[in-house]
Write a protein that binds this ligand. Structure first.
Ligand SMILES: *Cc1c(COP(=O)(O)O)cnc(C)c1O
Length: 373
């Protein structure tokens, strides 16, 4: 279905389109320039991190797990409330995901359950090899508590910051607080390269190794020489150039996202029992997708029907991984929160091109569907 107001269309301004056209025209020698432009644009966001542009965040997660030592038969803790890519990256390493439920306020992985799971897995004699945290919808998870647990159990922490580029935890960009961080520049994310990802790490040598594996593990030699299995995970130059151009306008975009969220929340909070994702004083979200919980599953259905009927795209929140036929057989530490998020949650159109009157109309439709009987 074609929506009149899509959920989150990519924001590629006419200026960017024009500049990109010029870059394509100047191609040939520009691959190197594209990457140096992209890394230069990223550098202010990651002053102390090495980084590697890849063709997806899924690739970044996979390389991160492999280089942090996750292998066959290992167990890896991750939230059940996430996108499947997080789990797939664990499975690519032939490891077993151990799902952790969310906490009610932030919707992110609950550190209390993480601690229980770590102790329980240890009692069972299972080898946990890493913890993966996800910053759901651009809202930072409880990194202090998770880092403390990772260090108490001597485990690496990998941050799936796919949708959280530009979100901060106590003043630091999320994705830079764990041993590795992975970001997505997919079509629907806050910065898009039409498809791409980024791996960052402070571990010496890790990014160099990742670069080598991402290029089919082609070793230095006068001929094609391979000592390990590699992947075709590198970003292409055109994507890098698009990324560089997009990042130039990032601050303004971030401010607009926050404004959209703040307006939605001001107008809707409390209406018919709506609850928004809670933001603690320690965090600054990037407000990727404004999302809220309707008072009940039936109310959610009403809102979805009313908005979609008007050509407005809105989406349910993630269906938890432990409920997915592909993953339901893996261990799960439950509090029931993620299932409730799925039952009651809705994401609203959050593209930076949304006009004030469109936003107003969306708010009115949400109100009408909740207040009508
Ligand atoms: C979008 C997303 C991914 C996947 O990113 P790709 O770049 O498409 O591979 C992974 N995890 C989460 C939480 C996401 O939202």
């Amino acid at each position: 279905m074609q929506y009149r107001i899509p959920l989150h269309p990519p924001d590629i301004s006419p200026e960017v389109q024009q500049a990109l056209g010029a870059e394509i025209a100047a191609a040939g020698h520009s691959q190197q320039k594209a990457f140096s432009d992209f890394y230069a644009a990223l550098r202010p966001h990651f002053p102390a991190r090495e980084m590697l542009a890849l063709n997806s965040c899924t690739a970044a997660l996979h390389l991160g797990l492999r280089l942090l030592g996750v292998g066959e038969g290992d167990r890896v803790l991750c939230p059940t409330f996430t996108f499947a890519a997080t789990v797939n990256a664990i499975l690519y390493q032939q490891a077993t995901p151990v799902f952790i439920d969310s906490e009610a306020g932030s919707w992110n992985m609950d550190p209390v359950l993480v601690e229980q799971a770590l102790a329980d897995q240890q009692r069972q004699g299972k080898k946990v090899a890493a913890i993966v945290v996800v910053h759901a919808y651009g809202t930072p998870a409880r990194l202090d508590e998770l880092k403390a647990l990772a260090s108490a159990f001597q485990l690496p922490l990998l941050e799936d910051a796919a949708a959280a580029f530009g979100a901060y935890y106590k003043g630091a960009m999320v994705g830079t607080l764990g041993d590795c961080g992975a970001y997505s520049f997919n079509y629907n994310k806050i910065i898009t390269t039409a498809g791409g990802g980024l791996l960052v790490s402070k571990q010496p040598g890790l990014i160099e190794q990742a670069d080598y594996l991402a290029g089919q593990a082609r070793a230095e030699a006068p001929y094609y020489h391979h000592e390990q299995m590699g992947y075709n995970y590198r970003m292409n130059g055109l994507a890098a150039q698009l990324g560089a151009l997009q990042l130039a306008h990032f601050r303004a975009k971030l401010m607009r996202k926050k404004q959209l969220f703040t307006t939605y929340r001001q107008l809707l909070e409390g209406v018919g029992g709506i609850a928004f994702q809670e933001l603690s004083d320690d965090v600054e979200s990037n407000y990727w997708l404004t999302s809220f919980l309707a008072p009940s599953e039936e109310a959610k259905e009403k809102v979805l029907r009313r908005l979609r009927g008007q050509g407005i795209e809105c989406r349910m929140l993630w269906r938890p991984m432990h409920c997915q036929p592909a993953y339901s057989h893996f261990p799960f530490y439950s509090s029931g929160v993620a299932e409730e998020l799925f039952q009651r949650g809705i994401s609203l159109p959050s593209g930076v091109g949304l006009t004030e009157s469109q936003q107003q109309a969306i708010v009115e439709l949400v109100e009408q569907s909740l207040l009508a009987d």
